[in-house]
Design a binder for this molecule. Structure first.
Ligand code: NDP
Length: 574
């Protein structure tokens, strides 16, 4: 598509508006991440209850020993386990808070749940499972089912423990094993522990004055109450529904609520960018012709395209760093203005259309793709309550209050997101010399590849900070899983018992992370959101590795080539 020919002043004006929108938003809610809570106790405890839990069987506390124990049963655990099985590992235990595997896809069963990454890339182990997804984009139930199939294929149910939350993970010096305690009284022992607790696993609520005074029904999107709504939302036909938040979850839920609720109020603080979603059923002729190993080949190709992104293309041929940055920003603004024009085309009411326009650079917030979200606002039963950056700050017995009006709703749905990339949620991790991981991180996160951290032997972290971020998270998790499985195999095949990253290797990676962060002021200029820690200032090492995914992958290989240099490897205790 030809680039529009605007003078630089056009772009500068829009950048000015982006800054204004960001400042308005920050002025209303300066406290960054502090504005949220994910400690659901007392009157908030109901928001954490698992509505999908199968009847919990009483069991005796477990005190046995396994080779590998996963904290969490989502894609991190499943992908790594598949590789561990290929390396001959036998005793693998998943300990999971939910009552099945699936992680994010276990919890996020809200109506309309689907993945925004093309299914042939997102669903992992398709070659191994000889499976071709049903559509170009997979719906939640297909992905959840795929997780279950992986667990079955790799025999992961046998030792798995569900409805169980790990509370403490403590390195026992004498036994040189991890002691893993749970809320069910277990003290399981494991040679290797893998923190596979997910990147966005713990739901959070915006702390809003009066929220516990609300007399109607309420729940978080990741704990969808189908008993209340009905499986097909049929119970909502005489209900007034309110939803707080307009992030990726809400964007998928709103069209479903719009079709089924008597009345829907969407309480918006900052709009998401919504682009087209090109979905279609998988062509059976195409599927039939796929050669073995097709997914691996495809992933490599997709990665090459990802790295040659919109902004990188714009930067090609730019002369100076300033010129390069200017071209990137202008390309980004062109994209966002296309998003605005799309809204104008779809949304009938001009005031609503204007309120739905995002005023920030592309990728300041997680981009969304949906064909039915914007049209939902043309329905007579749907009303956008645009709080213009302020957000809902008060909830009364009837419902959310904005501009002096209390919106009377029967049910209030919190689409307010999740805590981000915390290692050891619900869980205290204590390594050698009684060092608590959070205390170690108090002066900044320290890892090698985001996976190993010194003083915590045989502990591996998945999906945490200091790893490379990937829009297709399963690609990233698969490389981490492959790396971890190879490290464990190295320990076992060479007569060792444990590995712990050397201080030098850890320092090298911390420096790498710092060197690749903050080359621009982009993140600070963004409107707040979980991508930039809600506008909180961040230590340079407390974030993702920004050197590129391919480079991250290559570094994993380099680390493994020099295992004896990068790790302190110890033999089995006598
Ligand atoms: P997000 O954190 O992205 O969104 C939370 C929303 O709540 C934001 O719109 C936020 O506004 C709003 N909010 C918070 N407090 C208030 C308040 N007081 N009043 C009004 N609004 C408020 O959470 P999601 O669950 O939507 O998404 C989390 C992530 O999960 C996604 O970014 C994505 O990575 C993943 N996901 C992926 C999906 C997919 O593949 N399709 C689908 C769903 C989720 P503000 O922006 O102003 O902070």
């Amino acid at each position: 598509m030809p680039r529009p020919d605007h003078p630089q002043s056009y772009y500068d004006d829009i950048k000015g508006k982006f800054k204004q929108a960001r400042d308005v938003r920050l002025d209303y809610r300066p406290p960054g991440t502090e504005q949220f809570t994910s400690e659901f106790s007392g009157e908030l405890a109901k928001y954490a209850v698992d509505p999908y839990a199968k009847a919990v069987e009483q069991r005796e506390p477990i005190t046995d020993k396994v080779e590998v124990l996963f904290i969490g049963g989502g894609f991190s655990a499943l992908l790594t386990s598949a590789r561990l099985r290929e390396h001959g590992l036998e005793s693998i235990r998943i300990v999971e808070r939910g009552s099945d595997v699936g992680g994010t896809w276990y919890w996020n069963r809200y109506p309309g749940a689907a993945c925004d990454v093309v299914s042939y890339d997102y669903l992992p182990l398709l070659d191994e499972l000889d499976y071709v997804p049903v559509d170009h984009y997979s719906r939640g139930p297909e992905i959840f089912g795929h997780c279950q199939k992986i667990a079955k294929k790799y025999n992961l149910y046998e030792l798995a423990v569900f409805n169980t939350t790990v509370t403490e993970t403590i390195w026992n010096e004498e036994e040189q094993l991890w002691h893993v305690k749970t809320d069910c009284g277990d003290v399981m022992r494991a040679q290797f522990v893998i923190c596979a607790n997910g990147t966005l696993a713990k739901p959070k609520l915006s702390t809003i004055r009066g929220m516990t005074s609300f007399a109607g029904h309420s729940f978080h999107t990741s704990r969808w109450d189908y008993d209340y709504t009905g499986v097909d939302l049929e119970n909502l036909k005489d209900k007034v529904v309110g939803i707080i938040g307009t992030g990726a979850s809400a964007v998928q839920i709103v069209p479903e609520l719009a079709k089924n609720a008597k009345q829907l109020y969407v309480f918006q603080r900052t709009p998401s960018s919504i682009d087209v979603r090109e979905d279609w059923p998988t062509d059976p002729n195409w599927a039939r012709k796929l050669e073995p190993g097709w997914q691996a080949t495809r992933r490599a190709k997709v990665l090459a395209v990802v790295e040659n992104s919109l902004e990188k293309r714009a930067a090609k041929g730019a002369t100076s760093p300033e010129e390069k940055l200017r071209k990137q920003e202008n390309a980004n603004i062109d994209y966002m203005m296309r998003i605005h024009r799309r809204i104008d085309k779809i949304v009938d009411d001009q005031e609503t259309a204007d309120a739905l326009k995002p005023w920030y650079m592309f990728m300041c917030k997680r981009p969304c793709f949906h064909n039915d979200y914007l049209p939902a606002f043309n329905r007579p039963n749907v009303q956008l309550v645009d709080t213009k950056g302020e957000g809902i700050t008060e909830i009364g017995p009837k419902g959310p209050v904005f501009n002096g009006k209390e919106y009377d709703v029967d049910v209030l749905i919190y689409a307010t997101g999740f805590e981000v990339q915390q290692t050891g949620i619900y869980n205290t991790i204590v390594g050698e010399a009684n060092v608590n991981l959070q205390d170690k991180y108090a002066d900044g996160i320290r890892t090698l590849l985001g996976i190993h951290t010194a003083g915590f032997p045989n502990l591996f972290i998945m999906g945490g900070y200091q790893a490379s971020f990937q829009f297709n998270l399963t690609d990233m998790l698969q490389t981490q899983g492959d790396h971890i499985a190879a490290c464990i195999d190295y320990v076992r095949s060479n007569g060792y018992h444990s590995l712990d990253v050397s201080d030098e290797a850890e320092q090298w990676w911390v420096d790498e992370v710092i060197n690749h962060r903050g080359k621009t002021t982009r993140s600070e200029e963004c409107t707040p959101g979980y991508y930039n820690m809600e506008g909180d200032s961040q230590r340079r090492q407390d974030g993702n590795y920004n050197g590129g995914f391919r480079q991250y992958f290559e570094h994993q290989g380099e680390v493994r080539e020099k295992m004896e240099e990068n790790f302190n490897l110890k033999a089995k205790p006598a």
